[in-house]
Design a protein around this ligand. Structure first.
Ligand code: NAD
Ligand code: LMR
Length: 328
């Protein structure tokens, strides 16, 4: 039996938390032979903590063989203690008519304190994955507070966008989802994101050739993927939760699987025209569990891609400027 890993989850009693914890405890995130201890962190609000009690009771009632312990707390110093993975979900979701960046003022400050505490008390090998919006900039904020943990350990989720893009391409081409490969998300988890179809393939053929509709790829495809979150809010009256939780399972599972190639928002190294010190979606290859290399060989020098990359980079730089005072 492997040693259990400690997985801290913020916002554990929220919508995403409810769709996520049972997947982690069942082995979907870290594998069927990896025991876990869940360290569940909620806001210090009576209603949230009461709801968390109920979630913990349900976790008990599942009798998951891999679940070796549950911590419930509103104290991040307790919740992040010795955590190997810190999943930062807890933050306000946006409502209809808002952009994710509108959440920065309220949500950004959460990630200052959490970045500091994670750096102080989490395990030496700690990895951080940010979901709370606006995810890229919140991740940058958390990483900015760390002195011990290197910035590469802090990633933000654009996997939901990759999954959405894969699904849209498969539907348009009328093929099984698994036929679509190498569709990666560049930039911000916002409508400016760029689902770079130029390198995607369908049954081993270039996706653009199979779909044979550049106007659709450059227009409705990019728009549908970029604005899918808002479409879900409009339809459901609440932001995506089960698909977000599923994407976080995919994000972490791919990050612990050497050889996996997938989209992650990571600290820019200047490739693809991204400013240094913004967290931008890019393709990475997992090297060893929890570590990755940024894949820099994709050619996105055509005019359309350049314009999309510049727009999403500009937005990330603006978000960073907006919180500059906060992260001093
Ligand atoms: P929710 O309101 O249902 O749950 C959020 C939970 O976080 C609440 O229970 C709240 O009490 C808790 N919380 C708030 N501040 C906290 C803190 N400081 N510490 C610990 N817990 C705290 O929201 P949700 O639908 O679960 O969404 C959570 C976040 O994820 C939102 O910001 C949403 O926009 C974002 N999101 C991101 C993606 C993505 O692809 N990156 C996808 C979907 C949702
Ligand atoms: C999503 O993409 O579904 C989430 O980021 C929620 C939102 O605000 O769109």
């Amino acid at each position: 039996m492997k040693t259990p890993i400690r997985v801290a989850v913020t916002g554990a009693a929220g919508q995403i938390g409810y769709a996520l914890l049972f997947r982690i405890a069942s082995g979907a995130m870290f594998g069927p032979d990896q025991p876990v201890i869940l360290q569940l962190i909620e806001a210090p609000v009576e209603k949230a903590l009461k709801a968390l009690e109920g979630v913990a009771m349900e976790l008990d009632d599942c009798a998951f063989p891999l679940l070796k312990g549950i911590v419930q707390t509103s104290d991040p110093a307790v919740g992040f203690k010795d955590a190997n993975w810190c999943l930062l979900v807890g933050a306000k979701p946006r409502g209809p008519g808002m952009e994710r960046a509108d959440l920065l003022k309220d949500n950004g400050k959460i990630f200052i304190g959490q970045g500091q505490i994670i750096d102080a008390v989490a395990a030496a090998d700690a990895r951080v994955a940010v979901v709370g919006n606006p995810a890229n900039t919140n991740c940058m904020i958390a990483a900015s507070q760390a002195k011990r943990l290197p910035p590469e350990r802090f990633t933000a989720m654009v996997r939901l966008d990759q999954n959405r893009a894969q699904s849209q391409l498969a539907q348009k081409a009328g093929v099984d989802l698994t036929a679509v490969k190498d569709i990666f998300i560049y930039g911000n988890h916002s409508p400016t994101m760029f689902p770079a179809f130029a390198h995607a393939n369908i049954n081993g053929q270039p996706a653009a050739k199979v779909i044979n509709d550049d106007a659709w790829l450059q227009g409705p495809f990019c728009e549908t993927v970029g604005k899918r979150g808002a479409a879900i809010i409009a339809a459901r009256g609440a932001s995506s939760a089960a698909s977000a939780a599923n994407a976080l399972v995919d994000h972490v599972r791919s990050l612990v699987t050497p050889g996996a190639v997938h989209s992650v928002a990571v600290k820019s190294n200047g490739h693809y025209g991204f400013d240094a010190n913004v967290w931008a979606g890019m393709p990475v290859r997992t090297t060893t569990p929890g570590s990755y290399e940024i894949l820099t060989h994709y050619d996105l020098s055509d005019a359309f891609s350049q314009q999309k990359l510049a727009a999403t980079n500009k937005e990330l730089v603006e978000e960073r400027a907006f919180v500059a005072d906060m992260i001093k």
